[in-house]
Write a new protein. Structure first.
Length: 542
């Protein structure tokens, strides 16, 4: 028996108490006529367990077999929401408050079976199960705040008593192999946990602030498979440009965007596509976020003299075919990357710029010769991450005249631009963007168009109250919006003539590049995100 755990009614699941469900690995998933309770179990031949469950429920049961993964996903429903985790934390903290009258930390406080250890486990467990990318533990004057970054947005979930801060931070430091007696300097470490047969690496950073030590834990799923470019949100001309560039024997592919815009995820997917026994992939990163089986990944360590430039110089003596430099931060690293691309290597790297066009002047500022940039750079990708609308509860609406006028001004839509937008939406639909997953609460067909030849007639938005799938936020997961600048002959001439980023942007648009905002608008029309999300992450262009 296979079912989607998230679709199970909570009231039916809770017919079996959590303790009993976990002990016998049994989940109630449906009720039938005459009060029959349908139960999924890993071992449907466990007669004593079935007899016990029947007595516990006081009703006849019908048993179905289910996989371990399905059972575990359903068991997570017992502890998957914030309120339940909050009550569990309150319970263990109550024990702590009875035992401790001050903030002095001893060995018993941070032992494996201590209330504080249970608190840390619960905080991490909730973050993992709810798809958080980061966990923030922040001291305030009278309490400790626990916040989670889910889909790029920070949410406050719990407030803990101030007195547990010392033990809480010490327990995390022990897990990450940090110095527990060092409170005045920042520290970095990492540790691993296993949840539902998935290995998660938690990158830990501590920082002294006015009210104590703050801890941030970045959650990385080491068991996850790399997403395809299509799954990341590439389509049409952008997808074609990337696919062509990454099969070139040499040259540079640059990805730009601010911190947290998904640059590492894009490179991880591309390198995984290129990874084979016939090529030597070598990287130098800070930090190594994703592990690539078969690749040679190096961690930057400035204290040991391992900088990006030093690591890249060493990589060039390691007979690489493909090189990935985590970030080009200075002229020396940029020069080495360009030289590597000139001498027959395919080089991938990132730059912190606002869009694709400003990347080229940035390289010029690093004293790279214009003719070298023109001859080595293949494409430049600019990207952001936007929250994906929950497909279970998203809803459509018709923008009124005031809303339409505002959108037309922001996205510069007039005349032929509407016809072009309609063509883009048709191409996106043909590429499968938003062609499936009709909303469970809205009867609108996702295959119908949101544009006509001269207007935007339909948009999608998050449901005000959300649903259980999206934790009542209206959004579930994220998707990228991209602009891919090809280094065409016209672009090369502009680079050699030291053209401004505005001129480069203008030429790239003439060559067929879609800006991030336009790509986002098409995805909003296709029901993948909302206009509000596009404007939130591309504010500098609004």
């Amino acid at each position: 028996m296979e079912f989607a755990a998230r679709d199970l009614p909570r009231e039916i699941v809770e017919l079996i108490p959590e303790r009993v469900a976990r002990q016998h690995r049994a989940i109630a998933f449906q009720t039938g006529e005459d009060g029959v309770v349908f139960i999924a179990m890993e071992d449907p031949d466990d007669v004593p367990a079935i007899s016990f469950l029947q007595k516990q429920l006081g009703k006849p049961v019908r048993v179905h077999i289910a996989t371990t993964t399905t059972i575990q996903s359903a068991l997570d429903l017992y502890s998957g929401d914030a309120s339940n985790v909050g009550s569990e934390i309150e319970r263990v903290i109550a024990i702590q408050e009875k035992d401790d009258a001050d903030e002095v930390v001893d060995k018993a406080d941070v032992a494996e079976d201590s209330p504080i250890a249970q608190t840390v486990n619960l905080v991490i467990d909730y973050g993992v199960k709810n798809g958080a990318s980061d966990i923030h533990i922040e001291p305030r004057e009278n309490f400790v705040v626990v916040r989670y970054r889910v889909d790029g947005i920070l949410r406050e979930v719990n407030k803990l008593p101030r007195k547990v801060l010392g033990a809480l931070v010490s327990r995390i430091k022990i897990l990450a192999n940090l110095k527990i007696d060092e409170h005045r300097a920042p520290q970095d470490g990492r540790f691993k946990i296993v949840v539902n047969n998935h290995v998660y690496a938690l990158r830990v950073s501590t920082l002294p602030i006015v009210d104590g030590e703050k801890v941030v834990m970045r959650i990385l799923d080491e068991s996850s498979k790399p997403a395809t470019l299509e799954e990341l949100g590439y389509w049409g001309g952008a997808l074609e440009a990337v696919q062509q560039a990454i099969v070139q024997p040499h040259g540079m592919v640059l990805v730009t965007g601010p911190t947290g815009s998904g640059k590492s995820t894009s490179l991880f997917s591309v390198l995984s596509m290129l990874n084979s026994p016939g090529v030597n992939i070598s990287t130098v990163e800070d930090p190594v976020e994703y592990r690539i089986f078969g690749a040679n990944q190096t961690q930057v360590n400035p204290l040991a003299g391992m900088t990006f430039s030093g690591g890249l110089r060493a990589l060039l003596r390691q007979d690489p075919n493909i090189i990935m430099v985590g970030e080009i931060r200075d002229g020396e690293t940029a020069d080495l990357a360009v030289q590597a691309a000139l001498t027959g290597h395919l080089v991938f790297s990132t730059l912190h710029t606002n869009n694709a066009a400003t990347c080229l002047p940035r390289l010029l500022d690093m004293k790279i010769e214009p003719f070298l940039i023109a001859s080595t750079v293949r494409i430049i990708i600019g990207q952001r991450l936007v929250r994906r609308l929950c497909t279970d509860c998203r809803e459509t609406y018709e923008p009124d005249a005031a809303h339409q006028e505002k959108m037309y001004k922001i996205f510069q839509l007039k005349g032929e631009a509407f016809k072009r937008l309609h063509e883009l939406e048709a191409n996106a639909l043909a590429a499968g963007i938003g062609a499936t997953n009709p909303s469970k609460t809205n009867t609108a067909d996702p295959k119908t168009f949101g544009t006509s030849g001269n207007a935007i007639v339909r948009l999608w938005r998050a449901h005000e109250d959300g649903c259980n799938t999206c934790n009542h936020t209206g959004y579930h997961g994220r998707i990228g919006i991209y602009e891919v600048l090809r280094n065409t002959d016209d672009i090369q001439q502009l680079i050699v003539s030291n053209a401004t980023s505005e001129k480069l942007q203008e030429q790239a648009l003439q060559d067929g590049m879609l800006t991030m905002q336009t790509d986002g608008l098409v995805k909003a029309l296709r029901g993948q995100t909302s206009i509000e999300e596009i404007l939130r992450v591309t504010a500098e262009k609004a």
